[in-house]
Design a protein around this ligand. Structure first.
Ligand code: ADP
Length: 204
């Protein structure tokens, strides 16, 4: 039985960055894993859905069910999806035996200043409706298993925190060389290349 590691948080809070590093590290330690990125799922699996609460929850439940199928077959699921509503997250916790929730916790001012994809500026300008944090709510997780304060921690520290938590739960074998890894040094282009090698490029 596999586990589901779900990164939740505002846009720009660090879900993609952390999920990519953790996913690659899980694979490096010879476990089967699939990366379910919220944007890719929307494009390939939920393209008919919009951003109402109902549609967001449906998308989150779909990702939960895919994870359930993967986990049942021994494949771990690493999810990076905002999942803004507590009730839908808790439904997945009930559905999935080995559900581990990571809250990428970062104040709105910081993610807005980062504006990684330029979406906050567009949301403020009224070009994107129902944008999480601006015109649609993000409910802070009540039961997160791991909290990464991404405005205070380095990427390396956050990745290590998640890997250690998986090791403690017996989901991930320990690696001797993990302490020496500096995950911050792999820039985004490097991990996108690595993911492309693993077959993710086609889905973008
Ligand atoms: P999301 O996927 O949640 O929209 P991204 O991962 O695309 O967010 O962007 C997060 C940004 O924050 C990146 O530029 C990343 O380098 C930066 N960052 C700084 N510290 C951290 C951390 N501890 N964890 C994750 N990202 C961090």
């Amino acid at each position: 039985m596999g586990f589901t590691l779900w990164f939740t948080g505002l846009s720009g809070a660090g879900k993609s960055t952390l999920s990519m590093h953790v996913y690659l590290e899980i694979r490096r330690r010879m476990l089967k894993a699939e990366l379910l990125d919220g944007d890719l799922i929307r494009t390939n699996f939920s393209s008919e859905l919009g951003f109402s609460r109902e549609h967001r929850d449906l998308n989150v439940r779909r990702i939960g069910f895919i994870s359930h199928l993967l986990n049942k077959n021994g494949v771990n699921s690493v999810v990076a999806a905002i999942a803004p509503f507590e009730q839908a997250r808790e439904q997945n916790r009930k559905l999935l035996d080995n559900y581990v929730e990571v809250w990428c916790k970062c104040p709105l001012e910081v993610v807005e200043a980062r504006d990684v994809k330029g979406l906050y500026a567009r949301a403020r300008a009224g070009e994107i409706a129902a944008f999480t944090g601006i015109s649609s709510p993000y409910e802070a997780p009540l039961n997160a298993d791991i909290v990464c304060e991404t405005d205070r921690e380095t990427v390396t520290a956050s990745v290590r925190k998640v890997l250690c938590a998986l090791e403690e739960r017996g989901f991930l074998p320990k690696a001797d060389d993990c302490e020496r890894s500096d995950y911050s040094k792999f820039d985004e282009q490097a991990w996108r290349l690595r993911l492309a090698e693993l077959g993710y490029a086609k889905q973008r």
